[in-house]
Write a protein of this length. Structure first.
Ligand SMILES: Nc1ncnc2c1ncn2[C@@H]1O[C@H](COP(=O)(O)OP(=O)(O)OP(=O)(O)O)[C@@H](O)[C@H]1O
Ligand SMILES: [Mg+2]
Lengths: 224, 330
C-alpha cells in the first residue's frame, strides 16, 4: 500500500503518520512537499497531517488549501481515492471545500491537548471497518480551533446522509452535535480533529488507533 | 484584419472624410478603418499622408480606452490592428459637441475675441452635423425646437463632455500637452444609452505643446505649418505608454467579520475582560479582521474587482465570514 503524506510549511505530524502506517500495516509512506504539482501515480491514500500550516495565519488551513499539490489531491479525491485530513489536515480539507463546514476556535478559547473519548458512529467506512459501531475509543486531541461549525440546514443534511463518523463523548471544544470527524457524501474523504496516529503503541499510552490504519490497509487490499 | 480575428468586415456602410465604417457579423458592432486622408474647411482642402490613419486610429483608441477606464461610456470595443478598431454600432445624434479651454479658431473669428484666452469654466458648444450647411452653431433652444436631441440627451452630452474634458486635460498636462479644445460625437444604442462615439485625435482636438506652444494637431494642416505627420507622431509618442504610466496605486481597507450567529470566541473572551474591568454597559463584542492591501491597477473599477476576487479566493471563508471594503486612490 502506498501512502502519500503531504508536508506543508508548518506541518508537524507528518512523520508520526508515516511511522504509524509503517508500524501498523507495513505501508510504503512517502513524504510529498506541498509545492509539488502531482502525487505519485501509485498512491492509494493521501494524508494531510496535523500541524500549523502557515502558522495558522489568516484562517487555519486557508493558505495550505491553495497549495499547488491541492489540485491533484482534489482530482485524486474526485476519482474516488482515499484522502484523510487529521487536525490541521481537516482544516485544510474544509478550506479546500473537499469537506463541508468550518472549524472555529474552541468554545473554551483554550488550546486543548488531552486524551479524548471518541464514539465510532459508523463502522462501514474504509477508515473504521475494524471498530465496532458505537464503540468508544481513546484518541488524543491537540488543537485550538476544533469547534466544528455548519449552518443548521447543512448540518441536518450532513447528519441525515450519515457523514458523521466520529463524535466526541464529552465534546471538549463545543463542536456542533459534538462532531469530531466527517466524510464527504461519497465517503472517500475523511477529516477528523483527533489524532489516531498518536495511539498506535503501548509506549504512546494506547493502541486505539491501530485498527484505523490496519482497517485502511485491509480496505485497499480488498479493493485491488 | 488581425490574423485569427473572428471579426469580419462585411459591407462598407459609410465612407467619410477620415474613416470608413464597416458592418460586421455582429449587428451591434462596427469596424472603423482610419484613412490616411486629411481634410479641412469642410473638405475644401484635401491631402493624404501615409501613416496618418494609423496614428489617428491608435491615438483615438488610447483616449477612448482611458475614458472608459475612468467610467465614461464610449463606443470603443477593441483595437484590431494599426488601422482598424472595433466599436459599438450606434445611432449618431446629429450634433457635434465642442469643449473649449482656450479661445482660438472659429470662436475668435466669429466673436472677434483675442486668441489664447483661458476659458474658465470651459465653454460647451453644439454644432449641427450637416456638411451642406457647414456644421452651423446651434443653441440649446434650436436643438429643442427642431428636435435634434431631447433635453435629457443634451444635458447628458454636456455632462459627459465636461467630464471628458477634465480627464483628458489632466492626463495630457502630465504629458506636457495643453488641451485647447476638442469635438465629440455621441451615439445611442438600442436601449437609448448614450456613448461617446466617433474619434478623439489630433484631427478633432487642438493640442499645444506646453512649453514651446507649438501646434500638435490638424491646425498644422489647416494653416500650412508643415510637419503634420511629425506632430501626430509626437502626440502618439507621448501617450503610447499610458496603460503603464496611468495605472494608479490604490489602497483597499478590507473588513472581515464573522457572520451573525457564528460563535465568536475571541469576542466572548474580550467581552468578559471588559466586564471584569467594569464596563458593564457593553452588550456584545465581535472581533473581526482588518486587512489593508495596496495594489496598482489601471482603474478603480479594476482594483475593486481584483480585491473582490482576492476576498473570494482566499481572504474570506464565505461559510462563516462576510466582508466589506473601501478603496482609495493613493
Ligand atoms: N459608433 C458609431 N456607430 C455608427 N456610426 C458612427 C459611430 N461613431 C461615429 N460614427 C459616424 O461614422 C462616420 C465616421 O466617418 P468620418 O468621421 O470619416 O465622417 P465625416 O467625413 O467626418 O462625416 P460626418 O460629417 O458624417 O461626420 C461619421 O458619420 C460618424 O458620425
Ligand atoms: Mg468625422
Amino acid at each position: 500500500m502506498k501512502v502519500s503524506v503531504v508536508i506543508f510549511p508548518g506541518s508537524n505530524c507528518d512523520r508520526d503518520v508515516k511511522w504509524a502506517f509503517e508500524l501498523c500495516c507495513n505501508a510504503d509512506a512517502e513524504m510529498i512537499w506541498h509545492a509539488e504539482k502531482s502525487l505519485p501515480s501509485d498512491t492509494d491514500i493521501v494524508v494531510l497531517p496535523g500541524g500549523f500550516s502557515y502558522g495558522d495565519y489568516l484562517r487555519c488551513g486557508a493558505m495550505a488549501a491553495k497549495s499547488p499539490i491541492m489540485k491533484s489531491v482534489a482530482e485524486f479525491a474526485q476519482r474516488g481515492g482515499l484522502v484523510i485530513g487529521i487536525c490541521n489536515g481537516f482544516h485544510i480539507l474544509t478550506e479546500a471545500k473537499l469537506l463541508p463546514g468550518a472549524l472555529l476556535p474552541n468554545a473554551s478559547t483554550k488550546f486543548i491537548c488531552r486524551s479524548c473519548q471518541i464514539k465510532i458512529e459508523r463502522n462501514d467506512t474504509p477508515f473504521t471497518q475494524l471498530y465496532e459501531k458505537n464503540e468508544i475509543v481513546n484518541f488524543p486531541i491537540a488543537h485550538h480551533d476544533g469547534l466544528f461549525y455548519l449552518d443548521d440546514d447543512s448540518l441536518t443534511k450532513l447528519e441525515e446522509s450519515g457523514c458523521v463518523v466520529f463524535r466526541y463523548a464529552d465534546n471538549p471544544n463545543g463542536s456542533l452535535k459534538a462532531i469530531a470527524g466527517i466524510t464527504n457524501k461519497e465517503g472517500n474523504v475523511l477529516g477528523l480533529m483527533p489524532h489516531p496516529e498518536r495511539v498506535v503503541h503501548p509506549l504512546l499510552g494506547g493502541e486505539g488507533g491501530v485498527r484505523f490504519f490496519k482497517g485502511l490497509s485491509k480496505w485497499v487490499k480488498e479493493m485491488r | 484584419m488581425c490574423e485569427g480575428d473572428e471579426m469580419n468586415k462585411i459591407k462598407l456602410i459609410y465612407e467619410g472624410k477620415a474613416k470608413k465604417v464597416y458592418e460586421t457579423d455582429d449587428s451591434t458592432l462596427a469596424i472603423f478603418e482610419y484613412k490616411d486622408s486629411l481634410t479641412a474647411f469642410n473638405a475644401q482642402k484635401k491631402d493624404t499622408m501615409q501613416g496618418k490613419g494609423r496614428l489617428t486610429n491608435l491615438i483615438s483608441a488610447t483616449f477612448l480606452k482611458l475614458l472608459q477606464d475612468k467610467g465614461i461610456p464610449t463606443h470603443f470595443v477593441k483595437l484590431l490592428d494599426d488601422n482598424h478598431q472595433l466599436v459599438k454600432r450606434l445611432k449618431i445624434i446629429p450634433l457635434e459637441v465642442v469643449v473649449r479651454n482656450t479661445s482660438t479658431g472659429s470662436l475668435c473669428k466669429r466673436l472677434g475675441v483675442e486668441e489664447g484666452l483661458d476659458l474658465v469654466p470651459p465653454l460647451v458648444e453644439f454644432y449641427l452635423k450637416n456638411d451642406e450647411l457647414g456644421d452651423p452653431l446651434v443653441t440649446e433652444d434650436h436643438i429643442r425646437a427642431f428636435g435634434f436631441a431631447s433635453k435629457p440627451q443634451v444635458e447628458k452630452m454636456k455632462e459627459l463632455s465636461l467630464k471628458v474634458n477634465e480627464i483628458l486635460h489632466k492626463f495630457l498636462s502630465k504629458k506636457g500637452i495643453k488641451l485647447v479644445d476638442f469635438k465629440l460625437e455621441f451615439g445611442m444604442d438600442d436601449e437609448g444609452n448614450i456613448f461617446v462615439a466617433d474619434e478623439i485625435s489630433p484631427d478633432t482636438c487642438r493640442f499645444w505643446d506646453m512649453t514651446s506652444k507649438e501646434r500638435l494637431d490638424k491646425d498644422r494642416f489647416r494653416k500650412d505649418l508643415g510637419n503634420v505627420l511629425e506632430a501626430y507622431e509626437e502626440i502618439w509618442r507621448r501617450i503610447a505608454d499610458w496603460e503603464k504610466s496611468c495605472s494608479a496605486e490604490y489602497r483597499a481597507n478590507i473588513l472581515v467579520y464573522l457572520k451573525e450567529g457564528v460563535l465568536d470566541t475571541q469576542g466572548k473572551a474580550v467581552l468578559s475582560s471588559l466586564y471584569s474591568l467594569g464596563y458593564d454597559e457593553v452588550k456584545n463584542v465581535r472581533v473581526g479582521k482588518y486587512i489593508k492591501i495596496t495594489l496598482t491597477s489601471p482603474s478603480q473599477e479594476d482594483a475593486a474587482s481584483r480585491i473582490k476576487e482576492m476576498c473570494e479566493d482566499l481572504l474570506v471563508n464565505d461559510l462563516i465570514e462576510e466582508y466589506s471594503f473601501e478603496l482609495e486612490e493613493i
